[in-house]
Structures are given as structure tokens and as C-alpha cells.
Design a protein around this ligand. Structure first.
Ligand SMILES: [Zn+2]
Length: 162
């Protein structure tokens, strides 16, 4: 950052907190310490500039312009195809728009897109979701999207592999 300039960013301390010894700080104090330390170090070695210009797909850029983007999160890339894949129609709720990329449910969970993976519920596919609060990326059955809660910050069930 140029000297004398101010930038407001949303961070995800879990990305950096393990890189710094906790010492006698409380969890919240350590999150603040680790975030400030990471910002200082990353500004010096160029990682901050990279984090401020994440390499996002066109669909994720649209999402980021609408929802914002957590500094340092680079994991919302397009899902990589993995076996097994099926070509069946996705979910019973697809007609309600809950599987559409960009759909945000009442718990702030945002659909990134389908993964092509088979889900754990009958006749369901796994969708890539991103928590609008903490940025966690995880998978969920298409039928669960409308009510899904974040596994990390929302008390939801563990996410499916993506
Ligand atoms: Zn979350």
C-alpha cells in the first residue's frame, strides 16, 4: 500500500492465525494480532497485492462485486470436475432457483455452482456453497441449499467434499 493511504477490507483470521504463536492472547485478541501481522508481512513481500487482486472466474467476479470478497480467500475458484459425475437433473428445488449460482439463502449461504458430484441424499447433486459471513467453501446437497447453515460459523452440519 502506498504510504498514507487507507483501505478497508474484510478478513478471515483463520487463514492466518495458525502462522503466529498464540502466546497469552485470547482467541479474539490473537485473531486481531494475526490479521494485523499478516497484513504487515504480506504488504512487504507482495502477497497483499496478490490478495487484493484475486484471480477469479467471471462468475465469481460478478459474485464478488455484489457480495464482496474476503481478503486472502482464493478458494472460490470454479469447482474442479471430479468423478463420479452424472448428467441427471439436479434437484427437486431447482425450479425454485435455490441451485442457481449467486442464490443466497436466509442463512447467508451463497451458491457458487454445481460440482457434478453425487450427493448423499436420494437423487441429489453436490453444490459448491460459500458462506457469506466467513467465506468457508463447502459442498451441500441441492435439496439442502435453501436451509443450509455454515458448518464453521453458523452451527450447520459438516459440509460435503467438493
Ligand atoms: Zn461461515
Amino acid at each position: 500500500m502506498p504510504p498514507g493511504r487507507t483501505v478497508l477490507v474484510e478478513t478471515y483470521p483463520r487463514l492466518y492465525s495458525a502462522d503466529f504463536p498464540r502466546e497469552d492472547r485470547s482467541p479474539d485478541q490473537h485473531d486481531a494480532y494475526a490479521t494485523a501481522s499478516w497484513l504487515r508481512d504480506a504488504d512487504k513481500d507482495g502477497r497483499l497485492a496478490q490478495a487484493l487482486a484475486p484471480d477469479l472466474s467471471e462468475s465469481n467476479l460478478k459474485l464478488a462485486k455484489h457480495e464482496g470478497w474476503i481478503l486472502g480467500v482464493a478458494c472460490c475458484a470454479e469447482p474442479t470436475p471430479q468423478a463420479p459425475r452424472i448428467s441427471a437433473q439436479s434437484s427437486a428445488r431447482s425450479d425454485q432457483g435455490t441451485t442457481r449460482p449467486g442464490y443466497r439463502n436466509r442463512n447467508g449461504q451463497v451458491v457458487i455452482g454445481p460440482t457434478g458430484l453425487l450427493g448423499t441424499d436420494h437423487n441429489q447433486l453436490v453444490y459448491h456453497l460459500c458462506c457469506g459471513r466467513c467465506g468457508l467453501n463447502y459442498g451441500a446437497n441441492g435439496s439442502d441449499i435453501h436451509a443450509r447453515k455454515c458448518p464453521y460459523c453458523g452451527g450447520g452440519r459438516p459440509g460435503l467434499a467438493i
